[in-house]
Ligand binder design. Structure first.
Ligand code: UDX
Length: 447
């Protein structure tokens, strides 16, 4: 990444508020790019772990970069907002916007409290750049809050949505597909261009726009991705009723360059801390704005996605002979996707929970997410390896497509299970290999 490094003396000093998946990655990468960075979080334990060189979550490549950034002396973390206010020229806002309990709306508590904590310490010209995913109109409202609370009247607010994918967070931060700058002045644009200098020099396209458009870009992008996944999963439902094969259908569609094959992988569907809550919050916000009908299809996208989870449970039940009662199930995967330890709205754990509620004895194994899964679902049983989970199982169900699971030898696995029955919830296993080893193999949308 040396070609990206830029330690220009005129570079703005950067704070990153919130050190979760997004903020920690952003802070570390900005320091690696040559900026002086201060990460801020209210959680003291997180700040201590990061200052000690420990990334508090699983993200490939990030621990090495954290070490590099700390060694450079350009990165540290604090809980002190006064220090952040004094330090930063550009303050990136990276706190979470989860789904509000009991509603489809986004919970803006963390965004509001971060701005309220930071603004009173802004005594000089500086920029707050929001990266969190927020309902359109939030930035304008926060700008009002900043005007009210900041001692300097030269503090501006911009929106710079973040598109990073977990598992590819480093690459997506250092070499994003695009940068979007929602700004209210040429000065704010200049600040953001300076803060992303090395990334822009690397050829990244920049879209400069207003605040509401920048806010909308993010939810529009995630809604499109979710729709694409639900589209192919809707085709899987039709395939199930007709004996057609959705995997071959998806392959055939993917060669049409107008459609493309990415995000067209059928299976158990989408989960995680972004796609599900973002489409719900978007639909909710659109209803508030009186344009709910324009994105009403997102409710169907959500419903298709939920049905995949139920259908996966049905397949396990069918393979087990019609009842889940007392059936031993090996559940392979807990994270919402491979190369992550994130279990927020994880389809895998939802399926494991439903199987257990149906009377099955479920043992879950995941290469990285067992600890988080145990915290979220303490009543499930957890195993220490694929073979540990599969021992004496009546049905094996693959729920997250880690490479480790793809590479399992179906003959070796056959030796430890009680019955050779496998449900491939992610179309990730080699069906013929399993069948040749004597397994009954079933996958959503395939004969
Ligand atoms: C997503 C967006 O991709 C990213 O741009 C945004 O910043 C945050 O939300 P992420 O949540 O990390 O990123 O995961 P992503 O790779 O998009 O996958 C989301 C879910 O969709 C996963 O559960 C995955 O298993 C599922 N998925 C993805 C499919 O079911 N089929 C596909 O073809 C692709």
């Amino acid at each position: 990444m040396s070609d990206l490094t830029n330690a220009a003396t005129s570079a703005p000093r950067v704070t990153v508020i919130g050190t979760g998946y997004l903020g920690a990655t952003h802070a570390i990468c900005m320091a690696v790019l040559g900026f002086d960075v201060l990460g801020v979080d209210v959680a003291e334990d997180k700040v201590d772990r990061l200052n000690a060189g420990e990334v508090p979550f699983f993200e490939p490549g990030l621990p090495e970069l954290l070490t590099k950034a700390l060694d450079s002396g350009r990165l540290r973390f604090t809980t002190d907002y006064a220090e952040a206010g004094a330090f930063g020229d550009v303050h990136f806002l990276c706190v979470g916007t989860p789904q509000k309990p009991g509603s489809n709306a986004a919970d803006l508590t963390y965004v509001e409290s971060a701005v309220s904590a930071l603004a009173p310490h802004l005594n000089r010209r500086s920029l707050i750049a929001g990266k969190s995913t927020v309902p359109v109109g939030t930035a304008a409202r926060l700008a009002g809050l900043v005007r009210e609370l900041a001692p300097s009247d030269e503090v501006e607010l911009a929106w710079n949505p973040e598109f990073l994918r977990e598992g590819f967070a480093v690459e997506d931060t250092l070499r994003p597909d695009r940068l979007v700058f929602g700004v209210a002045s040429a000065w704010a644009e200049e600040q953001l261009r300076a803060a992303f200098g090395p990334v822009i020099e690397n050829g990244t396209p920049v879209v400069v726009t207003d605040l509401p458009t920048a806010e909308l870009v993010k939810v529009a992008a995630n809604s499109f991705l979710a729709t694409k996944i639900s589209y192919i999963n809707a085709m899987a439902e039709v395939c199930e009723a007709t004996g057609a094969d959705v995997q071959q259908l998806a392959q055939a569609l993917s060669y049409d360059t107008r459609i493309g094959g990415r995000f067209l992988r059928p299976g158990l569907g989408f989960g995680g801390g972004c796609l599900p809550k973002d489409i719900r919050a978007f639909a909710h916000r659109a209803e508030e704005l009186g344009v709910g009908q324009a994105v009403a299809f997102l409710h169907e996208v959500d419903a298709i996605n939920r049905r995949r989870r139920e259908r996966t449970v049905d397949l396990v039940r069918e393979l087990a002979g019609g009842s889940l009662s007392g059936v031993r199930v090996a559940a392979l995967g807990a994270a919402f996707k491979p190369d992550s330890d994130d279990v927020r709205d994880a389809p895998a754990l939802d399926v494991a929970r439903m199987l257990q509620e149906g009377g099955a004895i479920v043992r879950v194994y995941d290469p990285q997410a067992v600890e988080n899964a145990r915290r979220a679902y303490p009543d499930l049983e957890y195993a220490t390896s694929t073979f540990d989970a599969a021992r004496d199982a009546d049905v094996v169900v693959l729920l997250t497509e880690w490479n480790e699971f793809r590479e399992v030898d179906p003959n070796a696995l056959a030796d430890v299970v009680a019955h050779r029955r496998v449900v491939d919830g992610r179309h990730a296993l080699h069906a013929e290999g399993y069948r040749a080893a004597g397994w009954e193999y079933r996958a959503l949308g395939r004969p």
